[in-house]
Write a protein that binds this ligand. Structure first.
Ligand code: PLP
Length: 405
C-alpha cells in the first residue's frame, strides 16, 4: 500500500514528474493532423527542439513510440545486414541498443567500460585505429547510462574517432541526459541522436525522436535493413519531417510546446545548473550515508569517479547482503517515495534516485528524508545526517557565509 496521505514523491529516472502546464496543454480535443493548426505546431516544435539538441544543421524526426522505437529507427535507417558497429558498452541500455542492432543482422563489437567507471575514449580510438579496412560503420554511445547513473564522455569519444581518422558515423543516445545536462549535436560532430519524451522533457512516455545530419541522411539512402514504420524516406522531405507513418501523436506536440516554453523561460543553462545542484546534493547525501566507519560500509554512489556521476539520476549501491528492492518497497509503501529499481545485473543491488525534469530542492529533500527512514527500517547500515549534508550542498554560498558568521 502506498502512503495514504499527501504527495507521492515520484523520483523515478523516467518517466519523470509531468508539470500541470504540460498536462493541461495536452488535454484538448483532437484536431486534424494534416490541417494548418497542427502542421504549424509540429513544424514549430521540431524546430525548437533543435535548440535543446544544440543543432542548426540537424533534422529532427519524431515517432509515436517509446525510446525503443527511436533505437529501431536509428538502426533500420542507417545500416544493412552484415554491417558492423562499435558499441560503447556500459550497462543495461547500451546492451539493449546492441540487441536492437543484432536483431537487424548488424554485427556488434563492444568496447566495454570498466565496472563502475565511464567509457575510456582511448579504447575507442585504439579499436578504430585497428580497423584498417574501415569495416566499422558507426560508433554508438549512451551519454547517460540510466541503469548506473553514469555519464559517458561524448565529446571525448568524438575526439577519439577523429584521432583515429576513422569515417564511422557517430550515434548518441541522449534519452536520459537531454534537457538535464549539456549535449551539443553540431559541435560534437554527432551524426544521429536518439531522444525521448519522458525524462528531461517532462512529457509522458510515448514520443521519441532521432535527429540526423546530412551524413546520416545519405547513409539512409543506401541502407538495406527492412523498415516501414521508421522509414525516414517516407517521412522527410527537403530536410524536414512532413509526415508520420500513420496518425500523428497530436497531444504530445501540444505538451512539447508547453515543455519547451518552460525550458526556454528558465533558460537551458539554468535548467542544467538546477540539475547539477540537485545531483550534487543527492551525492552529498549518499556520501554521508556511506560513512558508517572510516572505511565506509554504507550505501554508495555507483560510479566511482565524481566526474562520471550523472546529473539526472543517482544510482545507489546497497552494502553486500542488503536488498535494494526492500529499501525501495519500504520507501514507496511507508513514505510515498517512488524510486527506480536496479536493472539487469544490478537488480536488488541498486536503487535509483531520479532527479531530473520538474523538480526542486524541497521535493528532493523530502524524498531523501523518506529514503533515509527506509534505510533505517530495512536495517541497511548507514550513517545518519544524509539530508543535512544535502542541505549543506544546496545552501547558496552567500547564505552559507551568513550562517557561518
Ligand atoms: N535509452 C536510455 C538511456 C534509457 O534510459 C531508456 C529508458 O529508460 C531507453 C533508451 C529506452 O526508452 P523507452 O523505455 O522509452 O523505450
Amino acid at each position: 500500500m502506498t502512503a495514504a496521505r499527501g504527495w507521492q514523491f515520484f523520483m523515478h529516472p523516467g518517466p519523470t514528474n509531468i508539470p500541470h502546464r504540460v498536462l493541461q496543454a495536452m488535454q484538448r480535443p483532437a484536431v486534424d493532423f494534416t490541417g494548418p493548426e497542427f502542421v504549424a505546431l509540429r513544424d514549430r516544435s521540431l524546430e525548437r527542439l533543435k535548440g535543446v539538441l544544440k543543432t542548426q544543421k540537424g533534422c529532427v524526426i519524431a515517432y509515436a513510440a517509446s525510446g525503443h522505437g527511436a533505437w529501431d529507427a536509428s538502426i533500420a535507417n542507417l545500416f544493412s545486414p552484415g554491417d558492423k558497429v562499435l558499441v560503447c558498452q556500459a550497462g543495461y541500455f547500451s546492451e539493449n541498443w546492441s540487441v536492437t542492432a543484432r536483431q537487424y543482422g548488424v554485427e556488434v563489437e563492444a568496447v566495454s567500460a570498466k565496472e563502475r567507471r565511464a567509457i575510456e575514449p582511448e579504447a575507442v580510438a585504439e579499436r578504430l585505429a585497428a580497423d584498417k579496412e574501415g569495416k566499422v560503420k558507426a560508433v554508438m554511445i549512451v551519454q547517460n547510462e540510466t541503469a548506473t547513473g553514469t555519464r559517458h564522455p561524448v565529446a571525448e569519444v568524438r575526439a577519439a574517432i577523429d584521432r583515429a581518422r576513422h569515417p564511422a558515423l557517430y550515434l548518441v543516445d541522449t534519452i536520459s541526459s537531454l534537457a538535464s545536462y549539456d549535449f551539443r549535436m553540431d559541435e560534437w560532430g554527432v551524426d544521429l541522436v536518439v531522444g525521448g519524451s519522458q525524462k528531461g522533457l517532462m512529457l509522458p512516455p510515448g514520443l521519441s525522436f532521432t535527429a540526423i545530419n546530412a551524413r546520416a541522411w545519405e547513409a539512409a539512402q543506401v541502407a538495406k535493413c527492412p523498415r516501414r514504420y521508421w522509414d525516414w524516406r517516407t517521412m522527410v522531405e527537403g530536410g524536414r519531417q512532413l509526415r508520420f507513418c500513420g496518425t500523428a501523436p497530436i497531444p504530445f506536440f501540444y505538451g512539447l510546446e508547453a515543455s519547451l516554453d518552460m525550458i526556454e523561460e528558465e533558460g537551458l543553462e539554468n535548467v542544467f545548473a538546477r540539475h547539477r545542484r540537485l545531483a550534487q546534493a543527492t551525492r552529498a547525501c549518499v556520501r554521508a550515508w556511506s560513512t558508517v566507519s572510516s572505511h565506509g560500509g554504507g550505501p554508495e554512489v555507483y560510479p566511482l569517479e565524481a566526474e562520471a556521476a550523472s546529473d539526472s539520476l543517482t544510482a545507489v549501491l546497497t552494502p553486500p547482503g542488503h536488498d535494494a528492492d526492500r529499501v525501495r518497497a519500504i520507501a514507496s509503501e511507508r513514505y510515498g517515495v517512488a524510486l527506480g529499481r536496479g536493472l539487469g545485473a544490478l537488480q536488488g543491488r541498486v536503487f535509483r534516485i531520479g532527479h531530473m525534469g520538474d523538480l526542486n530542492e524541497p521535493m528532493l529533500l523530502g524524498a531523501l528524508a523518506g529514503i533515509e527512514l527506509a534505510l533505517a527500517e530495512a536495517g541497511v547500515p548507514h550513517a545518519r545526517g544524509g539530508v543535512d549534508a544535502a542541505m549543506d550542498a544546496l545552501r547558496a554560498p552567500a547564505a552559507a557565509k551568513q550562517l557561518a558568521a
